[in-house]
Write a protein that binds this ligand. Structure first.
Ligand code: NIG
Ligand code: FE
Length: 411
């Protein structure tokens, strides 16, 4: 079936050449067409042009009513499966406690793990499905979801099964990441290697056998997993066919970026604190630098050095980090605003980072992230607007009129 979207004020982020990502200066390179139409055939983009050219015939017409059309956001880093919320910890922080102090007292990730272990798979699924539905309405057309609040073979696998169920029941692409190495459970505090062994020898084989994950992740940080522990886990993942995406450089510079690149990580995520060497390394590597401005805002930690990364030719992506502890918002529109306001990314750079480069961080850039013939018709139609800058500028407002997933209006 053919669908024609007419009356588009501006068609944003057209791909003028097939590419897996944009790096450095390319992020600002952002072809557009004014007064445009866009033709869809079933779930794919079939063509586009300006209103001055002959509009093709189609069975269905969608009138964009002077709105802009752009590819949906690709949120390449979320923890949207969780049990319970942690606004009590947020309130404690408002009274002066720090994120690290709360975690050291058994709050933080361990608090979420305790709640998750007591929650059934069905309950987890229902809550996560509601969150996923909500973020799709906010314009997210593909998502990565991590485990990491299970921290035992049984509960990690429960989370991954929920993620696989979401993947089957939702119309958007979902990529699943195993994050057993998110924190050390209390009973392993004095014997960390035993937990690393459990991840490698107990969890990984079952996860690989049942194909429960696409990627593997480690939270490499002081008080969490060390660089050698991360490396051991990444290598074991590779043996089982799992590429990695890692949490690094959130609070401390430990040398994890270099090791992640050496182990062919698809992405390094967070990057709030970085050395000159780290920035240069990412500029020379194909590992995506995924920035999470929602976490910086919420924890009041530094924003990642987006300008320096772009100046050094890195592949910069934006994601939400949606989770109950450090980033309780799954709204990619807000991330695009924060990227411009707090990290000084231009609107064009922020949009490229939140679409094509996000897709690249979860190996979806062949079919998502730009307006290109043959790509999946996951699209945002905005309210009547004609400047991409308006999206980050009018922060916190709802600019989306309709979201199309696989060529159909999502509702
Ligand atoms: O990406 N940094 C590690 N993990 C999550 C937060 C986990 C939590 O506080 O629940 C993150 O920020
Ligand atoms: Fe995270």
């Amino acid at each position: 079936m053919k669908t024609l979207i007419t009356n588009i004020s501006k068609l944003l982020h057209i791909e003028d050449q097939e590419r897996p990502w944009k790096r450095g200066k390319e992020l600002a390179h952002f072809p557009t067409t004014d007064n445009a139409w866009l033709l869809l055939e079933n779930d794919r983009i079939a063509g586009y042009g300006s209103a001055a050219t002959t509009q093709p015939q189609a069975e269905e017409i969608i009138d964009a009513q002077g709105g802009m059309v752009l590819p949906t956001w690709v949120d390449s880093h979320t923890h949207l499966i969780y049990a319970g919320t942690r606004e009590d910890e947020f309130a404690a922080r408002l009274h002066g406690a720090t994120y690290e102090e709360i975690a050291a007292k058994g709050g933080g990730i361990l608090n979420s793990a305790k709640k998750l272990q007591q929650t059934s798979e069905d309950e987890l699924y229902e809550a996560a499905a509601q969150r996923l539905d909500e973020v799709i309405r906010l314009g997210t057309g593909a998502v990565e979801i991590k485990s990491g609040y299970g921290l035992s073979p049984e509960s990690e696998i429960k989370m991954l099964r929920v993620a696989r169920r979401l993947q089957k029941s939702f119309p958007v692409p979902v990529k699943v990441t195993f994050l057993g190495a998110h924190a050390f459970p209390t009973e392993f505090k004095e014997n960390q290697q035993a937990y690393v062994d459990q991840i490698i020898h107990e969890m990984l084989p079952q996860i690989a056998e049942e194909k429960l994950a696409d990627y593997i992740d480690v939270f490499c940080e002081k008080g969490y997993f060390s660089v050698p522990q991360m490396e051991q886990i990444l290598k074991a993942g590779l043996v089982k066919g799992l590429k990695s995406k890692v949490h690094v450089n959130q609070f401390n510079i430990l040398g994890a970026i270099k090791k992640a690149i050496e182990n062919d990580s698809l992405s390094v995520d967070h990057l709030e604190v970085m050395s000159e060497e780290d920035i240069e390394l990412l500029g020379r590597s194909d590992t995506v630098a995924t920035l999470l401005p929602g976490c910086s805002l919420f924890l009041e930690i530094p924003f990642a050095p987006a300008r320096e990364l772009i100046a050094n030719n890195a592949i910069v992506a934006l994601a939400t980090d949606y989770n109950p502890g450090s980033a309780p918002s799954g709204n990619m529109n807000l991330m695009v605003s924060l990227a411009s306001i707090k990290m000084k990314m231009t609107p064009e750079e922020a949009i490229s980072a939140a679409t094509l480069n996000g897709a690249s961080a979860i190996e979806l850039s062949k079919e998502m992230g730009s307006i290109e013939k043959g790509k999946r018709a996951n699209l945002i139609i905005t309210k009547s607007l004609n400047s991409p800058s308006f999206l980050p500028y009018n922060f916190g407002h709802q600019h989306i009129e309709r979201v199309l997933i696989n060529g159909k209006v999502y509702n």
